[in-house]
Design a protein around this ligand. Structure first.
Ligand SMILES: [Zn+2]
Length: 398
C-alpha cells in the first residue's frame, strides 16, 4: 500500500508543466486586436489545451481541444487560454487572492449555445439557443438519476450569430456606423447593456415568457463594449453597418470580465447579475488589460465624470436595479475610487471592498460604505483620503 502511494505521489509530481507556442488574438499598444504568436504556460498536456488551471473544450465535450484540431478552433482556444492565464496571474500575484490561488482547474466551453440549468448543467439543446455573449456559471452537484455528474465553476463562450440591426427593437436608422451607434449609446447609457441585449436577443430567439435576464449575463458593460467598437478592429466587426455579432472568445476584455466574476464569486454569487457585480467585473477587466489607451478612454468616456461625456450622471435610485440598472455608473465610480486611493493600492483596495459585499449589495449603501470602511485600513492617509472619497460621492448625489 505504502509502495503504491509513493508511486502515485511520484507520478503526480512528475507531471510536467508544458509550454506551447500558439497563435492568439492580442491587443497591441494601440489597443488594436491582432493575431500574434504567444506562449501558453502551465499546460499539463503537450497535445491539447489542458492546463493546471484551465481546460478549454468545445461545446459540451469534456475533452480538451487538441493541437490537431482546426486552426479556427485552436485560435479561439489559444486566445481564451492565454488571456485567462493573464487574468489568473493578476488576481494571484497583484491582488494576492488566496481564493483564486486555490481554484480547482476550470473548464472553459467554447461554441456552446445551451442555456445553463442549475440542476441539469446544460438545458435541452432546443431551448432558446444563445449567441453573441459569454457566461460564468456556478458549480453544481449534478443529478445521479439522470447521470449528470457534478461540475465545477465554468465559463461558456457563445458562438457569434449575425443579427440584422433592423431587428433592433429600438428602431435604428442605418446611415453608416455612427448613426447606428448613436441610438445604441443612448439606449445602453440609460439601461445596462445586459438589458439592452436581452431585448435584442429576445427579439430574435426568445419567444416564450422566460425572463431573458435570467438566461444571460452579458459580458461587459456598454463602456467596455464601446471601447472595443471604437478600436474598429476585426473583433469589433460585430458592429458593421447592418449586422450585430460578437465572438466573445476573441475579445480579451470579455475574457477578463468573466474570469473576474469567478474571482469575486466567494462574495458575489454567479447566479446573480447586478450593477454592483457587473461594474466590479468591468473594473478588473479594465485593470487586467493594462492598456494605457484603454485607461485613457475609460477616463474620458466614463459616465461618472468622463471629460468627453456630454451628459454626466448623478446617482439615481433607479440605477440599483430593473430597467435603469446602471453598471456603467458603477464602473466609472470604481475607476475614480481607484484614482483617489492611488495606483499602488487600487487593485487590492477594490478587491478588499468586495469582501464587505454580498450579492444583494446596493450602490448607495453597500458599495459606498465598503469603500469608506476599506479606506480605514488600506488608505495611506485614512482621514484625508476618506474625506476625498466623501467629496467624490457627494458630488454625484451619493
Ligand atoms: Zn458580467
Amino acid at each position: 500500500m505504502k509502495l503504491i502511494c509513493t508511486f502515485i505521489l511520484f507520478t503526480a509530481f512528475s507531471i510536467q508543466a508544458h509550454e506551447a507556442k500558439k497563435r492568439a488574438v492580442i491587443r497591441d499598444a494601440n489597443f488594436e486586436a491582432k493575431i500574434a504568436d504567444v506562449v501558453l504556460t502551465d499546460l499539463i498536456s503537450d497535445e491539447s489545451f489542458e492546463g493546471k488551471y484551465f481546460k478549454i473544450v468545445d461545446g459540451k465535450s469534456n475533452q480538451a481541444i487538441n493541437f490537431a484540431d482546426s486552426e479556427d478552433l485552436q485560435l479561439k482556444a489559444a486566445t481564451v487560454y492565454y488571456h485567462l492565464t493573464k487574468a489568473r496571474n493578476f488576481f494571484v500575484q497583484k491582488v494576492k487572492s488566496s481564493y483564486v490561488q486555490e481554484f480547482a482547474p476550470i473548464t472553459i466551453r467554447l461554441n456552446l449555445t445551451n442555456v445553463f440549468n442549475e440542476l441539469g448543467h446544460f438545458a435541452n439543446d432546443k431551448l432558446e439557443p444563445q449567441y453573441n455573449n459569454a457566461l460564468s456559471i456556478p458549480a453544481g452537484i449534478g443529478y445521479e438519476p439522470r447521470h449528470i455528474k457534478p461540475w465545477g465553476m465554468e465559463i461558456w463562450f457563445r458562438p457569434s450569430k449575425e443579427i440584422n440591426i433592423n431587428d433592433f427593437k429600438t428602431g435604428v436608422e442605418i446611415n453608416g456606423i455612427k448613426s447606428a451607434l448613436t441610438p445604441f449609446r443612448n439606449q445602453v447609457h440609460m439601461t445596462s447593456l445586459q438589458n439592452f441585449l436581452s431585448l435584442l436577443i429576445q427579439s430574435k430567439t426568445i419567444t416564450s415568457s422566460v425572463d431573458p435576464s435570467s438566461l444571460i449575463r452579458m459580458a461587459g458593460t456598454s463602456l467596455l463594449i464601446e471601447m472595443i467598437f471604437q478600436t474598429s478592429d476585426f473583433t469589433a466587426d460585430f458592429f458593421s453597418r447592418k449586422i450585430y455579432k460578437l465572438d466573445s472568445a476573441f475579445v480579451p476584455e470579455i475574457i477578463y470580465h468573466e474570469f473576474s466574476h469567478l474571482a469575486l464569486s466567494n462574495h458575489l454569487e454567479l447566479t446573480h447579475s447586478s450593477p454592483v457585480n457587473e461594474g466590479l467585473a468591468d473594473f478588473f477587466a479594465g485593470k487586467i488589460a493594462q492598456s494605457k489607451k484603454l485607461a485613457t478612454n475609460i477616463k474620458e468616456y466614463n459616465l461618472f465624470d468622463g471629460k468627453l461625456v456630454r451628459k454626466k450622471q448623478q446617482y439615481r435610485l433607479e440605477f440599483e436595479r430593473g430597467d435603469f440598472a446602471n453598471a456603467d455608473f458603477v464602473f466609472g465610480l470604481l475607476w475614480n475610487v481607484g484614482i483617489k486611493v492611488g495606483g499602488e493600492i487600487e487593485n487590492q483596495f477594490i478587491y478588499q471592498m468586495t469582501q464587505n459585499l454580498t450579492t444583494s449589495s446596493s450602490i448607495k449603501d453597500g458599495l459606498i460604505n465598503s469603500a469608506l470602511k476599506t479606506c480605514k485600513t488600506l488608505c495611506k492617509n485614512p482621514s484625508n483620503d476618506r474625506l476625498g472619497l466623501y467629496k467624490l460621492f457627494n458630488s454625484k448625489n451619493l
